[in-house]
Structure formats: structure tokens, C-alpha cells
Design a protein around this ligand. Sequence first.
Ligand SMILES: Nc1ncnc2c1ncn2[C@@H]1O[C@H](COP(=O)(O)OP(=O)(O)O)[C@@H](O)[C@H]1O
Ligand SMILES: [Mg+2]
Length: 364
Amino acid sequence: MISKLRLNNFRNFKTKLLDFSPEITVIVGPNASGKTNILESIFLLSTGKSFRAHLEEEMVNYDTDISRAKGRTKSDGELTDLEAILTRGLIDIGKSAPEKIARKKLLVNGVAKRLIDFAGNFRVALFGPWDLDLVTESPSLRRKFLDSVLSQVNREYHRSSLSYEKGLRQRNRLLLRIRDEGLSRGQLLFWNRLLVKNGDYIARTRGELIDFINSASSSFQLPISNYQLEYDKSAISEGRLEQYAEEEVAAGTTLVGPHRDDFIFQKLKNSKTQKLESRDLSRFGSRGEQRMSILWLKLAELAFIEEKTGERPTLLLDDIFSELDHKHRDIVKKVSENQQTIITTADPHFIEGFKKVEKIKLGG
Ligand SMILES: Nc1ncnc2c1ncn2[C@@H]1O[C@H](COP(=O)(O)OP(=O)(O)O)[C@@H](O)[C@H]1O
Ligand SMILES: [Mg+2]
């Protein structure tokens, strides 16, 4: 859990100190007061990344060159200081030309760390209105979901996916050169091996997560249970790469592998019999059902992280109450009591009836 947060020149905050309850903290403020910015900084301390900035320097306050977010976290009784320092890559030190500096620095207890060693020291599950597009929007969003959950709990997965992405870029570049410059295909061998090795691990681990989510309904008694995911896997192997060799060169891109994975939301008629009612919630589900299935997925995510780490992650809820109906607000309310939860809302009446809530008010 996170107990303290200090922001310096992070987005709209010049300096801001926040204390969080080990139970529920509600951040109340009008639109554009910086509620989502605070959750973004907490997510940054958890994963080393933003969930919304296209370029990370967007998080640096407009008027300054350096932004800092520092948090005190606690896990298993042990205190850890996590800090992220962001810049635009250049800093004015009063000389004629600005000096180059690192764009991002991540520190654990004051010691600089690589992304892979920084991420996962403190774990969160984030739920915001944008998640409601997960059922219907593009596969890349769903892959991002899988990656973000798995990278938090499995360092080997995180390493594999970083290595796979890097290898994929190199391999695609080579495919273009094979097509355009007539380079020999033998050059692909090294990258084939790297992608098959990492891709296989990624697919297996994603499969385990999806299996867990599907079984969580019954084993964890989730309050919503009649949904299921179907993994639409793009398997990678030497044989499959061989099979698509010519098409790949023509397309100049890698056509099989986990970067083409997807999963489908399905609704079950009856969770006991696991009988399928409709194949695909993105096509046959109502908007309400799609929302419910996202809530179900998020509850399963909490259960998964707990199962893998022995600890519930901090739940971050960004302005979701206006998106949910009464029944589902009640489910969220109940779940909020099971771990540290930080909620943002513009409308405090949504949190009436919540127990043990500490409030933080933001100005306009
Ligand atoms: N780099 C930045 N520097 C200064 N202000 C910023 C920066 N990025 C975003 N903002 C400001 O933050 C505000 C939005 O904050 P946000 O957390 O999305 O608000 P809320 O969630 O409370 O509606 C906007 O007013 C925007 O102009
Ligand atoms: Mg917001």
C-alpha cells in the first residue's frame, strides 16, 4: 500500500503532499482539478509508466523542466521509497545551450533502477472509464491489459515481453530490407529463435492468466460470474514462421506471434453449467452487459494479483461511479473494503454510505 505521496511539478501540481488511508481514500474535486493526474502518478510509481501520456514528458509541468513523484509504500511491513523523475531530455543550466539529461529516472530507496527492477515493487489495479471500451475496442487494448497485469506480478514475463518487442522491431526492419534490398532470409534466423522463445513463454503465461480469470468466478465467489474469456492466440513457432515466410516478406512485417493475440468476452447462460449463451459480447452484448463484464474482469484481476503475490494490490478507481448503475456501484463499494482503495470523484454523493473513508479535497 501507499501511505504518502509527494508531487513536484507533476502535471498541474507545483508541490503537493498527500497522505493515504490504509483503507479508503476519496479524492474529491471539480473537473480538471488534477484527480486523474494523482492516480497517474501513483500508477507511475507502480509500473514506471503512465497509463495515458502519449509521451512521458507530458507529465512534466508546463512551466518547468523536471517533474518528480515520490511515494512511501509498505509491503509485508517493509517500507520502500519509490521515486520517478521525468524531464524533457534537456535542461537549462544557464549556459547558451541547454544540456542533455535522461528523460526518466526511476529510484528505489534513492538508488537508480532499470524499469524491470522498478516495476512491481508496489502493485495497483486501476479501473477508469476508458476500461469500458475494452470489450469492443481494438485488440491492442486487450493485449495491453494482459501485459500490464502480468508484468506486475511476473518479472520473467516483463523481461520476455520487452525482449519480444525489441526483437519484433528488428525482425520487421529486416523483413523490409529482405523485400526491398534483397537481403538473404538467413539473417532472420537469430530473430526467429528469439521471438519463438519469448513468444512461447508470453503465450503460455497469458493463457494461464485467462484460465485463472475463467476459474475465478467459481473459486473466488466473485459477485459477478456469468462471463468468460476466450483466448484467441496467434501461436508462434519455427514451423509457423516457415509457413508464412513468403507472405511476411511481401508484407514486410511479422504475421504471427503474441503481438497479434486477442481475447473475446463471452457471456454464459448459466455459470454453473458453463453453457455459452452468445459467442461474442462485443457483438451481441448490450452496453450494460459489456460494463458488467469489465467489472467482472477487474475483480478477477484483483484476485489474480493476490493469488500470485499473497497481497491485494491497491485499487485505484478513477471516476467510475457515474458509469455504473446502482447494483454495480454497490459491488464496487463492497470490494473497496477489501484492500487499500483510492477513489476519485467529482461528485461526493457517490461515496455516501462508504465506511472508514478519508477525504482529500482538491481546488478548482
Ligand atoms: N504537463 C502539465 N502541466 C500543467 N498542467 C497540466 C499538465 N498536464 C495536464 N495538466 C492540467 O491538468 C488538468 C487535468 O487534470 P486531470 O487530472 O485530468 O483532472 P480531473 O481528473 O480532476 O478532471 C488540466 O487542467 C490540464 O490542463
Ligand atoms: Mg479525471
